[in-house]
Design a binder for this molecule. Structure first.
Ligand code: G3P
Length: 218
């Protein structure tokens, strides 16, 4: 299972990278705005800065919503760095753009996936990744884990190569549930990855080991 961080914060990306478990990064316009990255030049430079930290896929999202605009923007984003994966929204022109990019050797991540049907369409169009937003599904009292499970099953039925990138992860438990059902990738806030570390019995056990060592070696 690949671990991506879902942030445009360079310190958090470096921290995840230094932990040694980082396989990639996803960003979106909201995450860029949260870091105060605005204006085309600053945004493009920021993508390159991220790519220089991470030896893995970095999703950069198009802003255009028409086919020609998405193609032009996606080609420009892909030319920035070999790690860039063009993130395309699940809309009609987005599906056409996914097919175009797939035919032209540009890797893609289809975002804003909320149903298995959308994930099927994205895979048919040749997306490299689909991003179902499990937290936002949970927010409306549906089951995000069920959605990931359905997509994993459909892709396995037909040997689609599209990878299931579980997004909108809100907790360490989401990560574990995704691992149980075979999601290819999770993209999460750093705190959800760090949350996997925690267990009180580990802390208690380590304290006891160290105390016993001190007793014997004082
Ligand atoms: O990758 C998608 C993600 O950024 C959305 O997360 O927490 O805003 O639903 P959230």
């Amino acid at each position: 299972m690949k671990f991506f961080v879902d942030t445009a914060n360079l310190d958090q990306i470096r921290e995840a990278h230094d932990l040694g478990v980082l396989d990639g990064v996803t960003t979106n316009p909201s995450l860029m705005a949260k870091e105060g990255i605005t204006g085309k030049d600053k945004i493009l430079k920021h993508y390159v800065d991220i790519c220089e930290i991470v030896d893995g896929d970095v999703s950069a999202e198009v802003i255009s919503t028409d086919f020609e605009g998405m193609v032009k923007e996606g080609e420009m984003l892909a030319s920035l760095h070999k790690n860039i994966v063009v993130k395309v929204p699940m809309i009609k022109d987005g599906v056409k753009a996914l097919k175009y990019f797939s035919d032209n050797g540009i890797r893609t991540n289809c975002t804003l996936i909320f149903s298995a049907g959308q994930a099927l369409l994205a895979a048919k169009a040749g997306a490299n990744y689909v991003s179902p937003f499990m937290g936002r599904i949970d927010d409306i009292s549906w089951d995000g884990v069920d959605l990931i499970d359905q997509i994993v099953e459909i892709y396995a039925n037909y040997d689609f190569e599209t990878e299931v990138l579980a997004a909108s992860i809100r907790s360490p438990l989401h990560i574990v549930k995704c691992a149980e059902i075979g999601a290819d990738v999770v993209t999460c806030p750093l705190k959800s990855i760090m949350g996997l570390l925690n267990h009180p019995l580990t802390d208690n056990g380590l304290a006891k080991f160290l105390a016993d060592y001190e007793k014997g070696n004082a």
